[in-house]
Ligand binder design. Structure first.
Ligand code: OFO
Length: 164
């Protein structure tokens, strides 16, 4: 059964938002590739892949519900940042923004009594807790390291251990 138009519009927009997240993190990967911080570059590359998977989960769902999608334009993204800390602060702020979008989708799903959409969105609500936590952890560690190169390289190395 199709979703109410108001909810479908949000799902359609969120496919673009998740792909914009992927593009944003790919821009950060491009920035880190120009620095000694190849661990962060790899981490951002994997984050971009994960965001694409988030988009595809919505993509599959709207088709399961019998909708026909439109795909609006995706905006250009920065590939320059002042420091790893600036990039991760931007990541944290972005994830907080995405959490607010997912929460709004859930609010509307409740309002229109779409129980199936609520179940799907619960997965994203849980995922956003993880997304915010991992960004916050990097911000905290990078703030603690300050301008100390050795500490920054230790954090970079740990970021490079991410496997999925
Ligand atoms: Fe899709 O979680 Fe980040 O944006």
């Amino acid at each position: 059964m199709q979703m109410k138009q108001q909810l479908f519009d949000l799902f359609q927009a969120q496919i673009r938002n998740e792909l914009e997240s992927a593009y944003k993190y790919l821009g950060m990967a491009a920035y880190f590739e120009t620095t000694p911080f190849k661990g962060f570059a790899g981490w951002m590359r994997l984050q971009a892949k994960e965001e694409t998977e988030h988009a595809m989960k919505f993509f599959d769902y709207v088709h399961d519900r019998g909708h026909h999608l439109q795909l609006p334009a995706i905006q250009a993204m920065a590939t320059e940042y002042a420091s790893p800390l600036e990039a991760f602060r931007e990541t944290l702020a972005h994830e907080q923004f995405v959490t607010s979008l997912i929460n709004e989708m859930y609010r509307v799903a409740v309002e229109v009594q779409d129980y199936a959409a609520q179940i799907l969105l619960q997965w994203y609500i849980t995922e956003q807790v993880e997304e915010e936590k991992q960004s916050q952890d990097f911000v905290d560690r990078l703030e603690t390291a300050g301008g100390d190169s050795a500490s920054l390289l230790v954090i970079d190395k740990s970021a490079g251990k991410r496997s999925s």
